[in-house]
Design a protein around this ligand. Structure first.
Ligand code: CA
Length: 224
């Protein structure tokens, strides 16, 4: 899933991001309510993990705005311990579920998975790319009778490129959203991973038609 985390406490924000990435999700994280409302209305996330007490715009208002802009987007609210009123208000404003702080990793992931199953799937998990079937849910490339396994990271790269078809995806972007790393130092790692991936998904890796290079920018989805 592609998940937006809106949490102002830096330690918790980073912890949530690491936890969700470790569970195989692509995560964007912001630290205040206004940024959360902007990101969440701009992009169709599969899930928003939304803290209730936030600077600039509180969680209830963020929830209201997201609900208005994207009615089907699941929202998991993080509330403070014992504040029953907050939970009721959150659910009343359209949050799909809530977790009370402090929560354990296992509890949070269970809620995230439950909401993911309920979500209308905006992400495509089975893609016909140039006659090659990319089954991202089962982590396999099917070409006639041949089956080539994909790693979760490779599936993540394909998912990200496919989701953003029509524009160039930068190496830094893949590093951040799929590899879970920031910075430009390791962009070479992206190129190497793409080279391996092309051998799995391209009919002719020397003339890629699915993952197309964009000079000076990065990569773009090339299949129809
Ligand atoms: Ca907070």
């Amino acid at each position: 899933m592609h998940i937006l985390v809106v949490e102002d406490e830096p330690g918790l924000r980073e912890g949530l991001t690491d936890l969700l990435r470790g569970d195989g999700h692509a995560v964007d994280a912001v630290g205040d309510g206004l940024a959360g409302a902007e990101r969440g209305t701009a992009e169709p996330y599969d899930l928003v993990v939304l803290d209730l007490m936030l600077p600039k715009l509180d969680g209830i208002d963020v929830c209201r705005r997201l609900r208005a802009a994207r009615p089907g987007m699941p929202i998991l609210m993080l509330t403070a311990r014992g504040s029953e009123d907050d939970k009721v208000r959150g659910l009343g404003e359209g949050a799909d579920d809530y977790v009370t702080k402090p929560f354990g990793a296992r509890e949070l992931l269970a809620r995230v998975r439950a909401l993911g199953r309920r979500a209308p799937t905006e992400s495509v998990e089975r893609i016909d790319a140039d006659g090659v079937i990319l089954d991202l849910a089962r982590l396999v490339v099917v070409r006639g009778d041949d089956r080539t396994p994909l790693t979760p990271r490779e599936a993540g790269m394909l998912r990200w490129l496919h989701r953003h078809a029509g524009r160039a995806v930068t190496r830094a972007e893949l590093l951040e959203h799929v590899f879970g790393q920031r910075g430009d130092l390791q962009t070479r790692a992206v190129d190497m991973a793409i080279a391996v991936l092309r051998k799995k998904v391209e009919r002719d890796p020397a003339r890629p038609r699915v993952i197309v290079s964009v000079k000076g920018a990065g990569y773009t989805w090339g299949a129809s």
